[in-house]
Design a binder for this molecule. Structure first.
Ligand code: ZN
Ligand code: MN
Length: 470
């Protein structure tokens, strides 16, 4: 490496470490309840003719009264439980006032100081950019329930509004600003999406906007000589309504670069809300950020506070979640992280895998399957798509038997191969005779490789041992 290149790299490292990104996420998820949050209109608004999915309540007409959807409240509690949150036994709705054409009442019914849940955390395993398995724990600030807004459609000089979506139950999940790199934020979002689908409470269809992400990013200055934090940033940039995890990552990375450049000139980035341009992969200024008091929050006078009894909360249960399944498959079945991860991304496939394993357990003796680690073999077959999970379980097991049945060994070929391998490895045989019995695995491996795996390893081992001893 020449001196010039070396200095450039050193500078880059120094530059990179000078600022610590502080990243938090705010996620909005539409619940897939039958009816809207405060009225009886259906929730499946997507694709309907404009303003055909409304009633006086979700149009915010004077004199109407909102009635909370019990299912939506239960599902929000379910999500909160899955994220290990503390559920507030008394929770209330508040009005968040702002004027925007997609908001028919000029306020959104949301939750301010008594949300359904606070202080959670989500633990999960990821594979980092160096292919190492790492455990992450993300602190959750709050989970609350509100209503979705309508949609604006811009056509030339005109803007049209469609209220079909207005009033759909919307859960807001806020994390602590604990992310330091955009990759971790993306992993968290993917895990959260998988969990919400396991809970069967939301489609999380990014293209329909039923899951939307708002990252907030700022940079903390570090003292370069000892890497101690200098001071927390006194500004925050929020990027609005991103409908893809990849774009969320790009937006965060772009902000880190943009803010670094501003800080390098000695300025402080402006506290503001920015949008993301998907074509150019850049963020752009939308408006300077309003403070919470700009929304003039006050308790929703038409809905009494909710009081949750212990017995009510106890009935809301959470199934085994993808993270726990990954742990269990690795621990109980000896699966590699990568296989356990792939198997658990789709709840149906994971459940199918569980059904097959429990069926096999009860009929193992009858089955002509020979495998040292049956669960692992099944996982590998499913992950590599060598066998279909569309089959009914009994057919799957039949196919499995033929796929995993002991390989027919050509006896003469086997004998010949063993003779050759033993001939080539006199030293190993000597060590074996001296008591280093472990070398047998090396010999078995060599024979198996020579036969391209077309032999039963146990048979090979027995034959080699016999041969050496004779
Ligand atoms: Zn309605
Ligand atoms: Mn919100």
């Amino acid at each position: 490496m020449n001196a010039f290149v070396h200095i450039r790299i050193l500078r880059e490292i120094q530059f990179m470490n000078k600022y610590q990104p502080i990243i938090g996420l705010e996620i909005h998820v539409e619940l897939k309840t039958k009816s809207k949050m405060f009225c009886g209109c259906p929730c499946d608004w997507f694709g309907k003719p404009p303003n055909s999915n409304n009633c006086p309540v979700c149009l915010g007409l004077p004199g109407t009264l909102p009635v909370p959807n019990k299912k939506a409240v239960e599902w929000t509690i379910k999500i909160a439980k899955a994220l290990n949150c503390k559920i507030n036994t008394i929770s209330k709705f508040d009005r968040k006032n702002y004027f925007y054409p997609d908001l028919p009442k000029a306020y959104q019914i949301s939750q301010y100081d008594q949300p359904i849940a606070i202080k959670g955390s989500l633990k999960f395993k990821i594979q980092n950019s160096e292919f190492k398995v790492e455990e992450k724990e993300i602190a959750i600030t709050r989970v609350h329930l509100e209503e979705d807004t309508g949609k604006l459609i811009h056509q030339g000089n005109e803007s049209l509004v469609d209220f079909n979506r207005a009033g759909v139950p919307l859960v807001e999940i806020v994390t602590e600003p604990v992310f330091r790199i955009s990759d971790d934020a993306k992993h968290f979002l993917e895990e959260l999406q998988t969990i919400l689908r396991y809970l069967d409470v939301a489609d999380c269809d990014m293209e329909k906007g039923s899951m939307r992400v708002e990252p907030n990013v700022s940079l903390m200055k570090l003292e370069t000589w000892n890497m101690k934090q200098e001071k927390l940033p006194n500004y925050k940039v929020e990027i609005k309504n991103i409908n893809s995890f990849r774009y969320a990552k790009y937006a965060i990375d772009y902000e880190i670069k943009r803010q670094t450049e501003i800080l390098e000139t000695g300025e402080t980035p402006v506290q503001e809300t920015r949008g993301f341009n998907e074509n150019k992969n850049v963020t752009f200024s939308q408006r300077t950020k309003e403070e919470a008091h700009d929304y003039r929050y006050f308790p929703e006078p038409d809905i009494p506070p909710m009081v949750f009894k212990e017995s009510f909360l106890a009935k809301i249960t959470v199934p085994e979640l993808p993270g726990s399944k990954v742990e269990r498959y690795m621990r109980d079945y000896g699966l590699k992280y990568q296989d356990a991860f792939i198997l658990t991304r789709d709840k149906n496939i994971a459940e199918y895998f569980d059904v097959i394993n429990s069926k096999l357990k009860s009929q193992k003796s009858k089955l002509q399957v020979k495998s040292q680690n049956l669960e692992n073999s099944i996982a590998t077959l499913i992950v590599n798509k060598k066998i279909s999970t569309d089959l009914i379980p009994d057919k799957f097991i039949k196919q499995l038997s033929s796929l995993l049945s002991p390989k027919e060994t050509d006896e003469t070929q086997l004998k010949k191969t063993i003779d050759i391998i033993l001939d080539q490895n006199q030293k190993a045989i000597g060590e074996y005779k001296k008591g280093k019995t472990n070398v047998i695995m090396f010999l078995v491996g060599s024979v198996m490789r020579e036969l391209k795996g077309q032999a039963d390893a146990t048979v090979v081992r027995n034959k080699i041992e016999k041969e050496i001893k004779s």
